[in-house]
Design a protein around this ligand. Sequence first.
Ligand code: NAD
Length: 351
Amino acid sequence: MQDKIKVAVNGYGVIGKRVADAVRAQEDMALVGVSDVIADYRIATAAGKGIPVYASTEQALPVMADAGLPVVGGLHDLLENVDVVVDCTPAQVGAGNLELYRAHGVKSVFQGGEKHDLTGHSFVAHANYANALGRDSTRVVSCNTTATVRALTALKDVGLLSKARGVLIRRATDPWESDHSGIMNTIVPEGRIPSHQGPDAQSVVPDLDVVTMAAKGAHTQNHLHYWTIELTRPAEKQEVLEAFRAMPRIAFVRRSDGVVAVNSTVELMEDLGRPRGDMYEVALWEDILTVDGNELYYTYTVDNQAIVVPENIDAIRALTGTVDDGGESIRRTDRALGVRQDFVRSSVAAR
Ligand SMILES: NC(=O)c1ccc[n+]([C@@H]2O[C@H](COP(=O)([O-])OP(=O)(O)OC[C@H]3O[C@@H](n4cnc5c(N)ncnc54)[C@H](O)[C@@H]3O)[C@@H](O)[C@H]2O)c1
């Protein structure tokens, strides 16, 4: 434990519990504890796994203790013993924690619900690991923005990307909250164009020419994106596929393999034995992708609950500066999580 990066997770919800497990899967990291304000099954499962549990507020501590949780202490105590905290509290709550983390001399990773200005740095590992090195804090961008940046930088890396225009069909709510939030039996267009994901992608890669439009669907699992791309020159489909294949965390799926809809990938992840059925990769339909001269069209699906998890792990290494090379950090993270390049046709972990 001495040489490992000591990590805390504040906010043990959809993202926090996944990041906590991913930290535990890394050879160079130790999860010192998780902190929250809840006292029910959600945090009890952390205690059940032997993860030390802390209370994030003074009011929460007695409530958690009364519920029989083995609360080790308050968030202040946890922060005394870690190098990095990953803040996975609800959107905008995290912003109120930055000064606390700084006061404890702890580096901090925030999530996409916070504004770029909070940390002045927005993170997607492949795109800008290098300029996060040694920083005090960063923000891992949202699930939609992470997928957008991964796919567009794959094209940018090989000099093919001129302009990108995307339509994002978002899930209504996380599945476990569908008893009390989310829409039903409709599609709701977002009130403005561009939707926020395009400008957010530019907070990671400023020179991207990208416009996004979004709508909220009535389903609860996964987003679906459609992209129309103007390439810098006419290209062959094979060349475009190679560009995506070279990008970590993009995996091909095919209708011909029976992956015909968003729910197919959900079932596939379960069948692959993924924890919680999580899909860390962008699942891009190889046999739908079409190139026509200098125009490219493609679609993929994104597991909103999981895609940012490997990015959080890389952000921890970048801030602490323990691994200088982003490619090396990505390889380590992906090996530990079993990230793949192809779900059906390759039985081995990718790259
Ligand atoms: N759910 C997604 O699909 C998704 C995807 C990408 C990014 N994000 C971002 O991740 C962040 C967390 O979202 P989530 O979906 O995990 O939320 P969530 O509601 O599932 O989890 C948040 C957790 O924080 C806890 N919490 C509330 N107030 C707290 C406080 N003051 N101190 C400590 N803990 C507190 C809650 O009890 C809950 O367990 C947000 O910024 C969100 O925008 C969410």
